[in-house]
Structure formats: C-alpha cells, structure tokens
Design a protein. Structure first.
Length: 370
C-alpha cells in the first residue's frame, strides 16, 4: 500500500477515536526474508526427508534500509501480480524490544506470497508476519497432490511448527513476544486457523454433507472429480505409504494451539467438515470475513456456519460485489486479463477491500495485545 494512503487511513482511524501507532508519523520500511524451515517430526509426502516449511517473513525494518523487489516465487507469475519493494534481509527495527507475530495460511493450491498485502500492512504496523507454503497443497511445488489436498489437518500442524521455528530463529526469535501470537488465513487457510482455535476437521462430516440430497449440490463439495480421485489415491496409498499412514493416524487429533490469542478467517472453506461440538467449544477469539458473491466457499455453508456455531465470533461481510478471489494478491492489468483469480465482481476495487480488511484485522489483533 502506498505510504500516502496509509497515512490517510490512519487519520481516518484517529477521527473515529482510534489511537496512533508509535511510528504512525513515519512508518518503518517493511523487511522481507525467506526461510527454508522443516518439521523434523513429520515426513515429506515423498518419504525422502522431513516435511518442508518454506516460509516468507515480513517485519518492521530499521529506518533507512534500502528497498528492492524480492526475487521470491515463480518468475513466470510476477507479471500478473503487483510487485512491492521491501528491505530485503534488512535489519529488524529497534523501535520496540519485542513484536507480536502473525502466522498466515494460504488457500488450497495457492502460495505463501498470496497474502502479502496483509502481511506487509501488519509489518508496517509493528507485527512480524510469517507465511508458509503448505507442502503438497501449494502451487509453489507445481501440481498439488492428493495427500496435501486431502490432509487438511497437516496445514494446522504447519503453522504451529513455523511458530516453533520462528521462536528460535537467530534473527527474530528473541524479538517475538510469546504472549502476542495471532493467525490469519484465506479459504482453506481460514479453515486452518479455525483448527488452531480448536475446531476439528472430520472427513465423515463433509462426506455426509456432500452425499445428502439437500446439500449435495453445494459448491463446498467441488471439484467433485478431483475429490473423488484424491480419495481413491489416498485409499490406495494408505495400504503401503508410511507418510500417509502416519498422517491418517493424526487426522482426528485436536490441533488447537493454546499459544495463539486470536485468529482471522477470510472466506473460510470446508465449513461442513467441522463438527458442531468442537466449534461450540472454541474459546479463542475468531473474526470471520466474507463476501456475498463468493461462489467458491458459499457464505451460508461456510463463513456464516462458522459464525453461527463459534461463540462470540465476529463477522464482517465486505460491501459490494467482492468474491472469493478478492482476498488474494493485488493484480496488474495483465493479471486481470489472464487470470480468473484476478477478477472481482462488477464495481469492486480490490485495493479498497484490502484497505478495509487491513484496518479491521489490525484493530482486532490490537485489541488482544493488552
């Protein structure tokens, strides 16, 4: 986001009675680094080593740090998305001794850079933000595979493992406030952070939902052919594949992470897969953001279902014709011509929706820092 727009939004927030961040008059540059973490407690899907946790980090950088565009992600995709400048590998700002941390979870088949608009904004406002590629379910690895697509619970374990790694990281570890840990995600990432809050995924629940005559046509059950193919592959792999066997043994665990104080779920997916009893039991504050024109994760069976069953969940329905993809990366004109994921509903300005969501998410996380 342009610095002038940030300042205008800050002025607007103050006019409504908000408080200025410590560095509002002169926001620090945003730093950017990549980490190739691994989780030694889990195997990769190929059974050749530890589970990879490829992570990017946005953070408040020291004033005066030189800026450049990070050479991150697949170069072939860069023309489609707005490229921002950051203090690549720049020193951490010393404006605070410790910073809160936010863990970000991308949608199914997406990448860790997809929520960079939110990550950079939060970093500019005093947060360290870490986003992981979910192994087997990310476009960063090429074609997602059945194991990654179906084993949703492994995504929640990824975020907890990244938090472990960040807390011991030589650069960031001692500067993270362990009492101020948050998480946010989009689509399948929204479901992931709800797992961290205590909701439990159930394959039986989603199967029952998708087999019912009254709900079988819901787009939460799509893409049907891919799901059916993935289930068949998993059933075959469970006979002989150690990684799949170990993962299935973990499927019914709770992935609640008590270190996490609050979560934000944007256009959360697979709502029918979560058991009502575990949603009712969530005590972690949850903020749900949705769009009326979301045909990928229909609000009625996803965002609104979560909001109905999670105690005291907050809900924001963004105005206008925003859709599921509006919560993704900022796109160039070339991106809007070439990619469906860059197209919003009629009259929708993605940057304006991002600005609204950024301010609401910041206010939500800031309220749990006392």
């Amino acid at each position: 986001m342009a610095p002038c727009l940030v300042r205008l939004l800050l002025l607007f927030a103050c006019a409504l009675g908000g408080t200025w961040p410590a560095w509002a008059a002169d926001p620090p540059p945003v730093g950017f680094e990549a980490r190739e973490f691994v989780d030694a407690s889990r195997s990769n899907w190929q059974n050749t080593g530890h589970r990879p946790l490829s992570t990017v980090v946005w953070y408040p950088a020291a004033a005066g740090s030189p800026l450049s565009v990070p050479q991150a992600g697949d170069p072939a995709w860069r023309p489609f998305f707005v490229q921002s400048q950051f203090a690549v590998a720049g020193p951490l700002s010393e404006q605070a001794p410790r910073y809160p941390i936010v863990l970000l979870s991308h949608g199914s088949t997406s990448v860790n850079l997809a929520l960079g608009w939110l990550g950079a904004f939060l970093a500019e406002h005093g947060y360290i933000v870490a986003a992981v590629n979910h192994h087997g379910n990310t476009g960063a690895e090429g074609r997602p595979i059945a194991q990654g697509f179906m084993a949703q619970w492994e995504r929640a374990a990824d975020l907890s493992a990244v938090l472990d790694q960040m807390l011991t990281d030589p650069k960031f570890g001692t500067h993270i406030d362990k009492s101020r840990v948050f998480a946010a995600g989009h689509s399948a990432g929204g479901a992931t952070v709800i797992m961290l809050a205590g909701g439990q995924f159930s394959g039986e629940e989603i199967a029952k939902f998708c087999q019912s005559p009254t709900t079988a046509r819901d787009s939460s059950c799509e893409p049907r052919q891919l799901i059916a193919k993935s289930i068949a592959e998993i059933e075959e792999l469970r006979k002989h594949d150690p990684a799949v066997q170990a993962s299935l043994a973990r499927a019914k665990r709770s992935y609640r992470d008590e270190r996490i104080r609050a979560v934000v779920a944007m256009a959360p997916a697979i709502g029918p897969a979560f058991t009502v009893s575990t949603l009712h039991a969530i005590a972690t504050p949850v903020f749900i953001v949705t769009a009326r024109e979301d045909a990928i994760t229909p609000p009625a069976t996803n965002a609104l279902r979560y909001a109905r069953f999670i105690p005291d969940a907050r809900l924001l329905t963004v105005p206008g014709n925003a859709n599921h993809f509006t919560f993704g990366s900022d796109c160039t004109d070339e991106g809007r011509r070439a990619l469906e994921s860059c197209r919003d509903g009629a009259g929708t300005d993605r940057a304006q929706v991002h600005a609204l969501v950024e301010q609401r998410v910041l206010k939500f996380f800031d309220s749990y820092q006392k």
